[in-house]
Design a protein around this ligand. Sequence first.
Ligand code: MOS
Length: 696
Amino acid sequence: MTDLTDSATRAVGTSTVRVEGREKVTGAARYAADVPFEGLAHGWLVLATVARGRVSSIGVDPVLAMPGVIGVIHHGNAPRLNPKAGMFGIPDGTLQLLQDDRVPHFGRPVALVVAETLEQARAGADALVVTYEEEPHDTAFSADHPGAYTPVSAPVSAKGDVDAEIAASPVVVDQRYSTPEEHHGSMEPHASMARWENGRLEVVDSNQGSFMVSTILSALFHLDEGVVRVRAEHVGGGFGSKGVGAQLILAVMAATTFDRPVRVTLTRHQVFTVTGMRPATRQRIRLGADSTGRLRAIDHESVNQTSTIYEYVERNGEVTHALYAADAIRISTSVVPVDLPTPTWMRAPGCAPGSFAVESAMDELAEATGIDPVELRLRNEPQVGPLSGLPFSSRNLVGCLQEGARRFGWADRDPRPGVRRDGRWLVGTGMAAGIYGAGSVPSTAAVTAEADGGYTVAIGAADIGTGARTALTLVAAEALNVPPSAVRMKIADSDLGSAWFAGGSRGTSSWSWAVTAAAEDLRDKLVGIDRIPPEGITGRGDTAAQIAALAQQERHAHGAQFAEVAVDPLTGEVRVRRMLGIFAAGRIVNPLTTRSQLVGGMVMGLSMALHEEGLRDAAFGGQVNGDFAGYHVAAHADVPDIEADWVDDYDPSHPSGIKGVGEVAIVGTAAAVANAVWHATGVRHRTLPISLSRVL
Ligand code: MOS
């Protein structure tokens, strides 16, 4: 076996290509819809075509007579689900598919046609006649909607007297900001296969956490947890949209009803329709400052759309609660239920739209006080959590701001807007800060020393394209003090035990802790052993107790982003010319994939700033641009050189100093671009995206 006393290993911090990279680029990697199963049947979704009402009839018989059709599942015959099931034990009506005749929104699944081939299922779904009893609907979300209310789950948080501080402030910014529905656009469409095999429900899925999915699925179908096994070996992106999908629930219903393996895949349009989206938000920011730019008050009011079947809260105030010091802070969040699909988490939920508002307002405050935007932020750097009073586990936003300003060449900036021309283009620069929560969630892992000298790491982690499999290989190699090539990873299988999912930028920090704990346990077990038996020796890690014992602290990743844009005043076109992001996001495990995550987040933020907007028709609430032709996601031609780098930020509250990088990189990006557009043109854009028609 590999010599554990060899201390030459420095795996963490070494740029390493993805361990499954060759499989992926050669097409050998199988995604959920690629895995073959004997006797596989196919399901095709039928979606509601009215905005609100009841299903009055479903013309099943003619479809049953069509070639290859096995059956049609609908509210009249679907298995009964547990209405209490949902993430974190919170009942989620979005999961309650085909349980009654109610249609809560356009695009709600009302039936699944199951057939021998995909084409036969699609033909059957196309031919299925569903009639509805329509009811008046309301799909018009607005800030002053009479249905707005403050959810119990999002109480107002405040310190000090915001109104009094604002009244006493010599400089006040009071503005409203608007962000649209945005869609995840994962490259791999959602897909699930379910079958019953030897008394177990076996699922091959595209998700962000197989253990989480198996737990919710068990509850939903009244099954014991050990009965369900969920796997998601390779996943082509999630961005928050891949939890327990409609296609999975319906595949399980079909597999149960027809006792066949059934796969349900979504078309791109169905992905836009049934997998959730970032909700539209309306925000009001009030900042009160003294003439030196010191904040006396921050008031962040936010409202977002949700559906009538689940109360989804977009926590825009997350960004405000720990970004700047102020004498008084108030964060209030409300929701408006409308007859539209349920929104869900999308990359940096809350912080992405929240930072557009707050960081635009900070730029307006810089303008009003005549203080440089970087300097303004440095002057409001908090020493402890501004609302909580708790210490930061580590915080290096100052380093991000200073290093970013230095590398971007910010010092020479002329603050006057609308005065730089390059041919027909108006040119400007802008910046913004960002913050996103960090921390670890209890997880379990096992590490086995094999008789052949290698090590097998088993953890229910998910690699949704982030490079998690590779990061954990490096973490395990370092913990075992062996070369990364000696480590084999087993992930994305609910049978591997309880583990956090790829969410909240807490994957790598949570899983690496568990892997390290298991490696330590293994090293203890190997003391005095000179021969590994054929079945190997396994060490186990469970971080629940250690994480529960952590001191209360503010844990966040931070970043500062800088953008240069050119605006064509004739066409309204905005071109981003260059962007720089400097981050403080804990110890960096794999610089190669970290840079990829950071650049990816910045591209998504650029796209949010300039392009992305889900549009709905007023008659039905259907999405009129539910495809990549109508919903533009930044393409290569939209993206200039983007540079992402980091400053030191070892987090002492994590055994390996790790935070997380998946989401912080989209926080502040849209504001940096919008602030640069103001600097170029002298016009503030408080509504995203900054599309051609808005610029003109
Ligand atoms: Mo992330 S939006 O928490 O998957």
